[in-house]
Design a protein around this ligand. Structure first.
Ligand code: GRF
Length: 201
């Protein structure tokens, strides 16, 4: 049996599809046990339903507090037997309480080379700043904003004339490789955290 993975998303869901495809091809020793969206209209939710994966929508706007929303998400993940959580365009910060439920078992993908350009619109930040290279980062999630230990990074050139959109499209191609690669390594190899570093045996 492969590792049960929970996906949290809020939008398009292309990274979720990349992970799903890699699992289906046997490149990642996991399977998707549940897809959770906090946005009812998320295209990723429709894509998950079309694939006949278990899905649940838990809109944060209907909940009185962050704690109440997270508690519902955690209950759904537990019921589905989820052991690892992959954030795939999930536009909510996770509290320390949530992170403690899955210690070093939550992954995120960010569209920049962290620690550069954390937070929203990492691609636009890179264009604005004028860097010549940027990329994407897959990292373990702690309770900070894009601050957890880094697992995989891929570098992408910034071209003259790039807009946030053209750069985003180039980065996304690498995101779809980096995320399955990182998850596969973590699930199939022995590793530990030394300081801030993820060290594979
Ligand atoms: C990606 O750019 C990812 O790096 C960021 O949110 C975006 C999600 O895109 N965290 P998608 O929903 O996976 O297509």
């Amino acid at each position: 049996m492969t590792t049960p993975i929970g996906i949290l998303l809020s939008g398009r869901g292309s990274n979720f599809l990349a992970l799903h495809g890699a699992m289906e091809r046997g490149e990642v020793p996991g399977h998707i046990a549940l897809v959770v969206s906090n946005v009812a209209e998320a295209a990723g939710l429709e894509k998950a339903k079309a694939l006949r994966l278990p899905t649940v929508c838990i809109p944060h706007r209907l909940e009185p507090s962050r704690e109440a929303h997270e508690s519902k998400v955690l209950t759904a993940l537990r019921h589905a037997g989820v052991e690892w959580v992959c954030l795939a365009g999930y536009m909510r910060l996770l509290s320390a309480t949530f992170v403690a439920e899955y210690p070093q078992r939550i992954l995120n993908i960010h569209p920049a080379l962290l620690p550069s350009f954390p937070g929203l619109d990492g691609q636009a930040q890179a264009v604005e700043y004028g860097v010549r290279v940027t990329g994407c980062t897959v990292h373990l999630v702690d309770d900070g904003l894009d601050t957890g230990p880094i697992v995989v990074q891929r570098v992408v050139p910034v071209k003259d004339g790039d807009t946030a959109e053209s750069l985003s499209a180039r980065i996304l191609v690498e995101e779809h490789k980096a995320y399955p690669e990182a998850l596969s390594s973590l699930l199939s190899q022995r590793w530990n955290i030394v300081g801030r570093r993820v060290v594979f045996d």
